[in-house]
Ligand binder design. Sequence first.
Ligand code: MTE
Ligand code: QUE
Ligand code: MOS
Length: 752
Amino acid sequence: MRSYDSVQHAKGESKFVDDIPIPEGTLFASVYYSPIAHGKIKKLNFSQALKAEGVISIISASDIPGENQIGGIILDEELFAKEGVHYVGQPIALVVAENKFTAINAVKEIEAQFEKLPTIFDPREAFEKGELIIPPKIFSLGNVNAEWHNCDYIIEGSVISGSQEHLYLETQGSLAFPVEGGGIKIISSTQGPTAVQKIASRVLNLPMNKIEVDVSRLGGGFGGKEDQATAWAVMAALAAVKLNRPVKIILQRQDDMRMTGKRHPYSSDYKIGLNKEGKILAYEVNYYQNAGASADLSTAILERTLFHSTNSYFIPNVKATAYCCRTNLPPFTAFRGFGGPQAMFVIESAIHKAAEVMNVEPTYIQTKNLLKDGDEFPFGQINKNSRAEKCFDEAVKRFEFEKKEKEVKKFNEANILVKKGIAAMPVCFGISFTSTFLNQASSLVHVYTDGSVRISTAAVEMGQGVNVKIVSIATRTLSINPDRIKIDTTNTSRIANTSPTAASKGADLNGFATRDACNLILERLKKLAAQILNAKDISQIELMDEIVYLNKVKTDLDWIKLINTAYMKRISLSAHAHHATPNIYFDRENMKGDAFAYHVFGTAIVEATVDCLVGTCSVDSVKVVHDFGKSLHPVTDKGQAEGGIVQGIGWMTLEEIIYDNEGKLLTDALSTYKVPDIQFAPAIIDVHFLEDVPNPYGPFQSKAIGEPPFMYGIGAFFAICNAMKAFRPHKSIQYNSPLTHEKVLLWLHSEK
Ligand code: MTE
Ligand code: QUE
Ligand code: MOS
């Protein structure tokens, strides 16, 4: 089966927020935002802007009936800045007009005066000045201080990883309209419909049952619409309530890039201790997370950084400390991997530095330390069903790593100006929201009298293919033709109290719930079939490919007849089921617990070529052995892996977010912010599915796939570094990302 909606997508028929036919009388809104990074608002004058023809209203903090507060975890973020501004791009007011261009032009007529205050853009400076959003978080295992003297090698270093723009194709936006009885309906491009509903309720001072949020699909989210779709939805709702007319907001690309948060930049220090045999004995790391001006999801992201501090390795003594540093930049937010990639980049950097000092290949250290069953993670969970070694060994064998390594050496001896590099990148990613309460979902299944089925879940389709997986699960559970199944929009009136579609958990959580709801209906149908066929027990009944079997013998009772009979006999053809991941917990008092239902493992082998005259580099191939479990939909899973890999390479080697020294984003357009395209993508991406690896913790033995492959991209960084080292073997490399062509060139040819 092809992906859900793909035909519709190809024909251009799928509706994104900006494509939805607007209700009569719809108004358009545009956001006025802070031009400075930190200051007091001294004067705001809307009168000139209000004079423009077609401008209906300008809405700001004083128009809010409820609370001027959109913070999700910590209540530290205003919808509209009231007295002070904390970053360039912070919303101050909303211009509402009869059409889009009137609104956009009127924004420019707003006059404001600010008193500038001192700014901080660097997380370490924020740390020194005590600007921490929460107290430091620490994960600790064993005793690092007691172990250093046992180490033959101790290596210390620091590492920076850069930000990343989500660049979802569909910019942020929403359409809100008043409904009878003082309610509001919000169509939003959000990963978290309930988050929008909850915050709209808080801002509008309306009960949640008067707010309906509906999501058809997203033109990409990647974490950028988990928390940060809310503001625009709530602004539209606020204006709609105030003016009693439908209001639409679609951000222009440049405004979206300026106003919304991106991946958190990190600056980190590490100390790693090893014995002669390459065994890592101790690892100490401090992460300085640049959180931006308010918390957003930073604290949860910080925690996941700690969870992944040792990546795919067992290290007996670990101390990992993470600081959530407040700066005057737009609040950084969720992005594929959710802090995990930042942690993995540091441990891989430490290993590559150690290999340099010890004069061994990095794979020598990597293979000596891979997680085995029974190993303890720094948060106390015991590793089981480990496939770290299995994937690594299989990748080395299947893709002839040692032979390739020799070929690279030979190539580098024969070529002066062009060098090649190769690196292995193992990944181990924990599956579950580390905030345990979020690991729940539900599904509502209706069977209609013609035998067709309509399913609502909490999952948001954002291109990752969750809908096709839900169809696959329902198809297999009910044993009916997939064409009978339609997935409904994600809607808070049909499915309440939803977790965001995030943490790669969409298909797992909603899949299990859908399986359970389908089984409720199936049980009723089997009971009925047993009656009709005079069976003693429903265990004699089976439904296969729309046919009822009695004691494994085909009968002439089929799906359609069964459904019709059920209806005539007044048997419910609808079911709702709730699923909560069993046996997981995390105790924040001592930072220990079985936080994850399971882990996803894999290893990538990455090859790169650097033109050492001009500094240009290309990633030639990424070859992966990945543990998909038993894939629910192999084509979708492969696409997720390939997309994640290219996005990861982009983060590590290409995409560079730059602010000027006033905190203004310089890379605010596609002319200045380069993202991967098909030319940039490796010529070879070969993703091999590890075989015979069922996963009892995923629906139909599957595994989550959304985020883990992103981190294979880190291998590209080290493959390029290895090529650079072949050009100047005695020069040390500072492991800072992104490793852009410009930086490669400067390293290759500068003195120091
Ligand atoms: N793939 C596409 N095409 N578009 C997206 O926005 N988001 C990623 C990943 N893959 C994304 C994607 C992120 S950040 C997550 S958490 C998962 O999909 C979410 O979906 P899932 O839980 O259904 O895997
Ligand atoms: C992974 C995630 C999320 C997470 C933890 C993960 C995530 C998310 C939260 C979250 C949200 C609201 C809260 C809170 C945590 O945690 O997406 O405590 O109040 O939103 O490991 O993807
Ligand atoms: Mo994904 S960063 O958990 O939306």
